[in-house]
Design a protein around this ligand. Structure first.
Ligand code: ATP
Length: 630
């Protein structure tokens, strides 16, 4: 596939990353100064590589075009100071369905908006390797959950069901099968499943469905547009949301806002978004038109909570924390405390809390419990922190000084396609962007020191394929869902200081989403030793090749991988406490099979799957159900 100008507008299906790319990694190691293919011994024995010819800028550009990479797009950074950037709208000001008072129970369709929300050629479609997603679910909670087998049988509000179909969600993913009924029951939920497994819709669908039936009664105030004294400058109302969804990054807030706009289409519920960098004027104007669902980053939300004329949290019924382990991090402690207390609504018995993530280390699990009702559900598909087999992981040993050349060679050896490159520091992002751009590659970059306009433009350029190579710091990329990312490159592996193995799982999870395949290549240097055992464990679990230089860390033939983080002490205690035929809690790391669930005296629940050969799930998943904590 080429990335010429025509291809940038190609439908997502054509660029869905299903190809594993070429054998680029192997080729690269041969091409790269100082980069090695094999073990340390081999490095020492390798003959010195002849120096590479230095090409002129024009020659580099020509080579990049010959390889199929499209034209580079120069960003005029001065422009941001002059005009505020490109002329596209702020993502936070995205158009949404505006329900009018005169509508009856069935609001009319708006074809242009429908096209905008659901017809996006860059919206992700389910991939053909969907059946590779883990299906084993472990559920702990007050009651047995009957997983939903289809959205039609889930008892959803018809408007939500319609919107689910418009999104092209033919059947619920494994995490949705359990979370939808649990959340519809009004219970608190903690849910963990792999990257790209549909956690956003898992909470959005049941929560909006629950509210839609009572929307007329519950919706927050709206300006009195038909009042003769209405004045757009002064007639704004206070935002009184029913749902608050808190996410750690601005880009994720915009993305979840998009999902909320889709699911609220033709309903009375009005979603708004608040994130740092979005001009206060635009944000307040939108909040002032009425807000029922608020998606926000923690800093901006806390800021708004101090302005009671703009926002009250007193009517919140659902508080949802996405990327919960990141949000439970000490860095956010103050904000999270404030948000979870929720102003005057905290004692409201009618208040549901939910937390979601792909990773949930022990420490975060302990903290999460303090916010949840005693009878909350814990729903886990696969192991917490598990990557999945749709991502082929390759680790290349590279000399630290040769990384730039190595990444250039790697890109030039790959089929052009959306590629996300992670560095650990902002200066590294800038330097690498300059280096690759000057070699004719269509790069753009994003990190926390960039202005919001630049960040939005960079992500838009990446999404549309205008700049198919995006270089980023890791933390900002949690949760990103961009169609057609076929390659993730860890230019720097995330050492423990940068989030360690959890961060690695989130980063590589930007590819291989919802049944697509993808490639993740990581450069390993002598500084990455602290990560080596965790890396090998993940590679073995996902049946990826362990490179020769790490082979000594593989578990003995036939031995299970030892994940240090599998169980909670509390869970171990409760394992002996099964009562009335109800199973003890499933350990965090353990796979729970139907047989195991049944043996443990639990309910062996059908995962509600579909035959594997039609691209769906195998119907052999199970849930061990238990009472108590996790
Ligand atoms: N039932 C479904 N059928 C098909 N596609 C779906 C379904 N549910 C969600 N999707 C799509 O799957 C993609 C991934 O979903 P989402 O971003 O919610 O994953 P996630 O589990 O939150 O990932 P991460 O842990 O990386 O944040 C999205 O593009 C979404 O539109």
């Amino acid at each position: 596939m080429s990335w010429g100008n025509e291809t940038t507008a190609a439908p997502a299906e054509e660029t869905n990353g299903d190809s594993w790319g070429s054998d680029a990694a192997a080729e690269t190691t041969e091409n790269t100064d100082g980069a090695t293919e094999g073990g340390e011994g081999e490095t020492e024995a390798a003959a010195p590589q002849p120096p590479k010819p230095v090409l002129s800028k024009e020659e580099y550009i020509k080579n990049a075009r010959n390889q199929g990479w499209n034209e580079t797009t120069a960003f005029d950074y001065e422009q941001y100071n002059r005009t505020g950037g490109d002329n596209a709208d702020w993502a936070g000001a995205g158009t949404k369905y505006e329900f009018k008072g005169e509508y009856g129970d069935v609001a009319p369709e708006v074809p242009e908006l429908e096209l905008l929300l659901f017809g996006g050629e860059f919206q992700m479609k389910k991939g053909e390797h969907y059946k590779n997603l883990p299906i084993d679910a472990a559920v702990e909670g007050p009651k047995k959950i009957d997983p939903i087998k289809s959205f039609d049988d889930a008892g959803l509000h018809p408007v939500v069901l319609d919107n689910v179909k418009r999104c092209g969600y033919a059947e619920p993913t494994p995490i949705q099968q359990y979370v939808v009924p649990a959340a519809m029951s009004g219970a608190d939920v903690v849910a963990v499943s792999q990257t790209g497994s549909g956690k956003t819709a898992a909470y959005m669908i049941p929560v909006l469905s629950n509210l839609m039936g009572k929307a007329k009664k519950l919706c927050g105030p709206r300006p009195k547009y038909d009042d003769p004294s209405y004045n757009p400058k002064f007639s704004n109302v206070r935002a009184e949301p029913l749902v608050v969804i808190v996410v750690p990054t601005r880009e994720l807030a915009m993305q979840i806002f998009d999902e909320a706009r889709r699911m609220c289409y033709r309903s009375m519920l009005r979603p708004c978004v608040a994130y740092g960098g979005l001009p206060m004027g635009i944000m307040c104007d939108d909040l002032g038109k009425g807000c029922d669902i608020l998606i926000a980053t923690p800093g901006r939300l806390c800021h708004l909570m101090e302005k009671p004329d703009l926002l009250t949290m007193s009517r919140i019924k659902y508080t949802i924390i996405d990327e919960a382990d990141e949000m439970l991090n000490q860095d956010w402690a103050e904000e999270l405390q404030k948000i979870m207390a929720g102003g005057d609504s905290n004692d409201d018995a009618d208040h549901t809390y939910m937390m979601f993530s792909a990773t949930f280390p022990k420490e975060a699990r302990k903290m999460a419990r303090q916010y949840m009702a005693d009878d909350h559900y814990l729903i886990r598909v696969g192991r917490a922190g598990q990557a999945h087999k749709n991502i082929r992981q390759e680790i290349i040993q590279v000399d630290r000084d040769s990384k730039r050349d190595a990444v250039y060679d790697l890109l030039m050896a790959c089929d052009p396609g959306r590629t996300l490159i992670f560095c650990n520091s902002k200066p590294s992002v800038d330097l690498l962007d300059d280096f690759l751009y000057n070699r004719g590659l269509p790069t753009t970059s994003i990190h926390a020191d960039r202005g919001q306009r630049e960040r939005e433009d960079a992500l838009r350029a990446f999404r549309t394929g205008r700049c198919p190579i995006l270089i980023a710091t890791g933390v900002s990329a949690r949760g990103w869902d961009v169609a057609g990312v076929q390659h993730v490159i860890n230019y720097d592996l995330p050492s423990n200081m940068y989030g360690g193995i959890q961060e690695y799982v989130h980063r590589i999870g930007r590819t291989g989403r919802i049944g697509h395949q993808g490639l993740a290549t990581s450069f390993y240097t002598d500084r990455d030793e602290e990560l080596q055992q965790d890396l090998v464990n993940i590679l073995v679990e996902c049946e990826c090749e362990v490179p020769e230089f790490l082979a000594h860390l593989k578990p003995e033939e036939g031995a299970a991988v030892d994940f240090d983080d599998d169980t909670d002490d509390e869970a171990e205690v409760e394992e002996t406490a099964g009562e009335d035929g109800v199973a003890a809690p499933a350990a965090w790391g353990a796979e729970t099979s139907a047989e195991e669930g049944a043996d443990a005296g639990g309910f062996a629940a059908d995962a509600g799957g579909f035959a594997a050969d039609d691209g769906g799930f195998k119907a052999d998943g199970a849930a061990a159900v238990s009472v108590g904590g996790w």
